[in-house]
Design a protein. Structure first.
Length: 223
């Protein structure tokens, strides 16, 4: 009877021990599997983080490259703008100098001293230059070539014979004939001022002396 009791007590205990060992082994295997899964998950997360970090680094490098390129372009643009500003300032300075010079020239345009006056005579109803006229103009040309500050004012006239409009045109043809001769001999056109004034109506002067071009030789002030 005692042996039976002992067997009854020992057998459940043994069963519990065996069962406990089995449970511990299962727990160990289960935990081991979970640890592997967790490690795999952490590894996957680490890989994803690494990949994302690499992409971010690549983007940052790209941004840095673009920024460096932009800085280079900005530097070039700044240098170009500075060069343009310097050229503009130089142009403004030259424009101011030119404006000042033109102002002086315009202010002094009528400030001229008359040096001498010549009379170039023409035949009746004529505007071509005869030998005497060409000789007179040759001496004027010589003086003007020797002195570049000399200019001439040409004033054409006619006698009162005929209609007034015709004589105005005749005086203009005569003064144009003188101008053409001066230019052909090397006198610059800007140094010549001319006008046809038509007939001279005053009495007491012979008509032969009214058919003329008055040549006024003048000297301009140096600017």
């Amino acid at each position: 009877m005692r042996q039976a009791v002992m067997v009854g007590v020992v057998l459940p205990a043994a069963l519990m021990l065996v069962s406990g060992c089995a449970t511990k082994k299962w727990v160990t295997e289960f935990v081991g599997k979970k640890e592997v899964e967790i490690d795999q998950r952490f590894t996957g997360v680490d890989r994803k983080i690494g990949d994302e970090t690499q992409r971010i680094d690549q983007r940052v490098e790209g941004v840095d490259t673009r920024l460096k390129g932009a800085e280079g372009t900005l530097t070039q643009t700044t240098e170009t703008a500075k060069g343009a500003k310097d050229r503009a300032e130089s142009a403004y300075s030259k424009a101011d100098e030119t404006s000042s010079r033109l102002t002086r020239l315009w202010s002094n345009r009528n400030v001229r001293n008359q040096v001498e006056t010549y009379q170039v005579l023409f035949g009746f109803d004529k505007w071509d230059l005869n030998d005497n006229a060409q000789t007179t103009l040759a001496s004027i040309i010589k003086e003007m070539k020797e002195n570049p500050n000399l200019t001439v004012d040409l004033q054409g006239y006619a006698d009162p014979v005929g209609s007034y409009p015709y004589n105005v045109g005749l005086s203009q043809r005569r003064v144009e004939s003188v101008r053409r001769f001066l230019v052909e001999k090397g006198i610059e056109l800007p140094r010549i001022n001319l006008i046809g004034l038509g007939p001279i109506a005053e009495k007491g002067t012979p008509n032969a002396e009214k058919r003329k071009v008055t040549v006024k030789l003048l000297v301009t002030k140096e600017d």
